[in-house]
Design a protein around this ligand. Structure first.
Ligand code: SF4
Length: 281
């Protein structure tokens, strides 16, 4: 922004010089009687200061939009995963931030080609501050290792919301207290996930379960309809260098409840493997 400040200083100097060259009486008499003149303008100096401020603001606006249009700078500053994590730790933008035990930012490699996205932290995650731990997490680790030959540290795992959505927020120590995030909670938190995607720029995102799949694919269709296919990630996240693919599959917790979903999940993860293999050739 230093060039912007220099431009404004120069503009301010030019404007001051121009005003001094003008007939002060003319400025004074034309400005003071006006109904639109600000109430506190009662001298040429005040008028100059006010004019200077308005002109400077207009110039700043103009320069900002010109630079943005020319993509000299992104309106949103690029930040690292670490500083984003700090923001999440401090965040209380929705009620989930008040009742959570720990924020659950995300884990894995910032250079991951594969990203898993769930809906939100549950009981175990809230206690440990890490996504997909407990039995669901162990199953996800097993699927990654067996089919993709990848470990947790090779991929990136995150959730749409970073704090535990609870049925009863007053009892975070209670089991069976998990619920899906509400639409307004998702809306408040989505920019953290989108920033994670922008920083990591994976080849492929695998939404785990209906909530994550609907969110990433902007649809109301359920996971059993959406799974089994490869989609383009259509987002307005600025600065993405390539089209990210989305391959939705079942949430590991659903697999633990229903063994019949294993075959379809296996098929989906093989789609992921084919995609990663062809991307690395
Ligand atoms: S869920 Fe997201 S928006 Fe809400 S408090 Fe946690 S980090 Fe902030």
């Amino acid at each position: 922004m230093s060039h912007l400040k220099d431009e404004l200083k120069k503009l301010s100097r030019d404007l001051r010089a121009w005003l001094k060259d003008q007939d002060e009486n003319l400025i004074y008499t034309s400005a003071v009687p006006s109904d639109n003149a600000p109430a506190n303008i009662d001298s040429v100096e005040d008028l100059m200061a006010e004019t200077e401020k308005n002109e400077a603001m207009a110039a700043a606006e103009h320069l900002f939009f010109q630079a943005a249009a020319e993509k000299k700078f992104e309106p949103q500053k690029k930040i690292s995963l670490e500083s984003l994590r700090e923001q999440v730790i401090a965040c209380r933008d929705c009620p989930l931030g008040i009742s959570r035990l720990n924020p659950v930012f995300g884990i894995g490699s910032p250079k991951a080609k594969l990203m898993f996205v769930g809906e939100g932290p549950g009981f175990q995650e809230d206690h440990q501050g890490e996504p997909f731990v407990g039995r669901s997490g162990q199953l996800l680790d097993k699927i990654m290792e067996k089919v993709l030959s990848l470990r947790r540290s090779d991929v990136y795992i995150a959730n749409i919301v970073k704090c535990h959505p609870m049925k009863n927020p007053e009892t975070p120590e209670a089991h069976s207290n998990d619920r899906p995030p509400a639409p307004d909670e998702i809306e408040k938190c989505r920019h953290y996930l989108e920033e994670q995607i922008r920083i990591i720029q994976p080849v492929c995102i695998v939404p785990l379960g209906s909530v994550a799949a609907k969110f990433l694919l902007k649809t109301n269709k359920g996971i059993s309809f959406l799974r089994g296919h490869v989609y383009d990630y259509e987002s307005d996240i600025p600065g993405l260098r390539h089209t990210i693919k989305v391959i939705p599959t079942y949430h590991p917790a659903a697999l633990l409840r229903n063994q019949n979903l294993k075959r379809d999940t296996w098929h989906d993860i093989l789609l992921v493997k084919d995609l990663l293999d062809s991307a690395s050739q």
